[in-house]
Design a protein around this ligand. Sequence first.
Ligand code: ADP
Length: 715
Amino acid sequence: MLYELRTRTAVVVGALAIALAASTLLRGRPRRVHLLFSFFSATLGLWYLTQSFYGFFQSLIWQRTTALLAVLLPVLAIGLFESMVPRDSASKGWVFRTALLLSVPLLGIQLTPLWDNSLVRTGVFVYVFFFITAGLYELGQRGAGSPSRTTKRRVRILVVIGALAGLATILDFLWILGVRTPPVGAVLSVVFVFALSQALESERLLDLSELLGRLMVAAAVAFLIAFIFYVLLTYLGGFNTMYLNAVLAATVVLVLYEPLQARVEEQIRRLFFRERFDLEGALADVRRKLVHTLDVGEMASMVMEALESSRRVTEAGLFLRDQEGTGFDQIGALGEGVPARIELATSRKLLEGLELGSILLEHVERDIKEHATRGERFASGDAIMSAAEVLGSLKNGALVAIRDGGRDVVALMALADRRVTDAISHDEIGLVEQLATQVGVVIENSRSYQQMKERDRLALLGQMSAGLAHEIRNPLGAIKGAAQLLADPGPGATEDPVAREFIGIILEEVERLNRVVGSVLDLARPGDLSVVPVDVNAVVRRTLQVLSTERRADDVEVQSMLANDLPRVAIDPEQLRQVLINLVRNALQAVGTRGKVTLSTRVRFGRGTRSGKSETESFVELTVADTGPGISRSTLEKLFLPFFTTKEKGTGLGLAISQRIVQGAGGRIEVRSHEGKGSTFSVVLPAAPEGLSTPTPGPTRALPVEGAATPNPAD
Ligand code: ADP
């Protein structure tokens, strides 16, 4: 009885495996991996069929063919596994090569009378099972090493089904030893082949629940069709009596097949796999999780994972607007062909389209076609479609804008499913938009968090400076006292004019140092300033005089080109000197032992907002240019960050303080640099208003300085 069951099962399983092989080939444009699958599946099918033929006819030729086919199986299986989840290097693994090598003599033996030798048979048995197991093991290894968690999970499922099928098939062979077991191995083998075929069809590996769903759909459709066939034949007459009726019945079944399949599939999804298949479920889940993240990168991978697990998307990309606002950089991607960056210049039409809401590119394309059938042109649609080329493999999908609180587009999200048309419906795009809102919140929160961290850093800097100020100010007091004593040697002493000049410099520098220490404090804790109309040229001359006392290499030339009739600027002169000294010192350090540093001033006109509305105003530009090595792009970005330095003994504070001072006076520092040629730092300050002749703070002051309204000139 069991023997009978075995033979019949083998027929069914064999036929199914061959049908699966054929259906993969029929799907059109089979690639290498599809061909490999078909070979494997067909060979497996024939293997089962020849077993059943032996069962029916008891002729040894079938047993011999079975053995021949068995020898082919490992090489085909391993070849298929290798092309499903390829290894990093192009070459095949040792398992494949050894299996191929051994298959040749084993095939040869099958053609000799030796094939029936029990030793040879055992050898073939061991060969087949060992190499298929090794191939599966390698597949599992490659799956585990895959960067995609989903691939990992799905390969694991394939390997488990494959291993179970293999084990059950070994048990099936126990009948040789007289053990009677039901033919579970054959059934599991065909399930495995089905799993493989499905994995190939959707170009990705399925998980168990989806696989079960599909199997259930197939079985349900088969039963329904059999039922219809049965009903038609009973009412219209059997095969024997009315052949034409059978043809009619078959036609009805074929016509009904597709809608029936769709219906059954939908019902089964609804009944069993609602949550798992639902886009809504996956998106709601990730939205809940996003609440807990502040990291944009982590957010991007969570979103991509959710989209992948929804199984509704084959390609997706998340693009974050860069700081300059010239384009969007990819921060998360799913599938192949997602662009690394979207330039603003080429995607402007898409952004304009997004102003009206999310874009379903497939719909736009359809609208274009509809217009065309009416002989019209849909110009804005055409513009959107040609701009959509920048989206790469996402160009037929849905595009959603991600905005911050100020409604500015800070990121873009695009998703597509190339397996189906109308992958995302109008209703569903609402779900994606909800996710986009949340992503916008995460991006904004993450930026606020970064700013907070920066503020914390500055607060720490403030505390450190306060400590440092104490440490420096006390010895400075002593130095100043001693220098003053030297400056006034008392009656009767001979005066040395050179010594006197140097003592003057000491006193002046001590004074300046005192204020610099104070300025560092101002970075975090605003203090009193004496903002007066300042002649920038005078500050330049004085600074050059002070700097001229510093030791410098002979081959370094310091030049100044000062414009006449320069308007005054409202700033604390001591602070401006500090800025200038910082810039000139940096320039001198950049040129090293040979080069030129040029200081220049000029009037510049530009748009300002002093009166509250935009109008042309005059500015004073103070430029320090050097012929040093220039500044690299990466350094340029961090130039003004406190404590950023590339020098061994640098503090990284000079430019940070300078920028704070200049911005406090309503101005800005501009940097231009050519690597290998030199750098130019320009301090651009608004000219002080005409009436500002007394030492009072100018209206241009933007620095939130306490006590600024009551300047203390004695400071
Ligand atoms: P520090 O001089 O103590 O390093 P700064 O804030 O003044 O601190 O400068 C920060 C960094 O900017 C320097 O370490 C240097 O790498 C770069 N830099 C500033 N000015 C120049 C310049 N003129 N040429 C080249 N690099 C410069």
